[in-house]
Write a protein that binds this ligand. Structure first.
Ligand SMILES: CC(C)(COP(=O)(O)OP(=O)(O)OC[C@H]1O[C@@H](n2cnc3c(N)ncnc32)[C@H](O)[C@@H]1OP(=O)(O)O)[C@@H](O)C(=O)NCCC(=O)NCCS
Length: 169
C-alpha cells in the first residue's frame, strides 16, 4: 500500500521540486519561479508531498504585501502548486493546500491570494469576491483570496520581485 506524507521542503529537495514543477506544467517557468522565490528569501511556507519516499507534489506560498496608502500589510501568495502528472486526481494537491493553510494560520498569517481556476481553488475557500477590490495587474476572475482574520479588502497587491522576472521569461 502506498503512503503519502507531507512535510516542509528542505534544501535537499530542490532538484526533486524542480522536476515535479517541470513535469506538472510542461515548461520550466514555474520551476524557475520557485528557485527565484526561495533564493530571494520570499518563501513563507513550502511543502512537499512524498509517496514512498519520492517527492510527487509541491506547494509554495510567498510573501506578498497589500499596500494601502502608507500601510503595507503582509499577506501570502499561493504559487505554484504542482503534482506529478501520474499522481493527479489522488488528493495530493488538496492535501498540500490544506496542510499549508494550517501552517500559515499557525504562523499568524491572515490573508492568502491565488491566481488560478476558481473551480479548483473555491473548494479551499478562495473566492474572487474577496479579491475583486484589490488593485493588481492580474485582476480578473482568476484572482482569488482567502482571509482567516481581519485583513484589507482594498489596496495594491505587491508580489515578490521573482514574479516580475521569472514569469516574464
Ligand atoms: C492542479 C493540481 C495541482 C491538482 O492536483 P491534484 O493532486 O490532481 O488535485 P486533487 O487530487 O487534490 O484534486 C483533484 C480535483 O481537482 C480538479 N482539478 C484539477 N486541476 C484542476 C483545474 N485546473 N481546474 C479545475 N479543477 C481541477 C480535478 O478535476 C479533481 O476534481 P474532483 O475532486 O471533483 O474529482 C495538478 O492537477 C497539477 O499539478 N496541475 C498542473 C499544474 C497546475 O495547473 N497547477 C495549478 C496552477 S494555479
Amino acid at each position: 500500500m502506498s503512503m503519502m506524507s507531507i512535510r516542509a521542503a528542505t534544501p535537499r529537495d530542490r532538484e526533486a521540486i524542480r522536476l515535479v514543477e517541470e513535469h506538472a506544467f510542461g515548461q520550466q517557468a514555474e520551476a524557475g519561479l520557485v528557485d527565484a522565490l526561495v533564493s530571494g528569501g520570499d518563501a513563507v511556507v513550502e511543502l512537499v508531498a512524498e509517496e514512498d519516499g519520492q517527492v510527487v507534489g509541491h506547494i509554495l506560498f510567498s510573501r506578498l504585501f497589500v499596500q494601502n496608502g502608507g500601510n503595507s500589510f503582509p499577506a501570502v501568495a499561493l504559487a505554484p502548486l504542482a503534482v506529478e502528472p501520474s499522481f493527479h486526481g489522488t488528493g495530493i494537491g488538496g492535501a498540500l493546500v490544506r496542510e499549508a493553510h494550517i501552517r500559515l494560520k499557525d504562523a499568524g498569517e491572515v490573508l492568502a491570494v491565488v491566481l488560478g481556476d476558481p473551480a479548483y481553488y473555491g473548494r479551499f475557500g478562495y473566492s474572487h469576491a474577496r479579491a475583486e477590490k484589490f488593485e493588481s495587474e492580474f485582476q480578473g476572475e482568476a484572482l482569488q483570496a482567502l482571509a482567516w482574520g481581519e485583513a484589507p479588502e482594498t489596496g495594491k497587491l505587491v508580489y515578490a520581485s521573482a514574479f516580475g522576472t521569472a514569469l516574464a521569461a
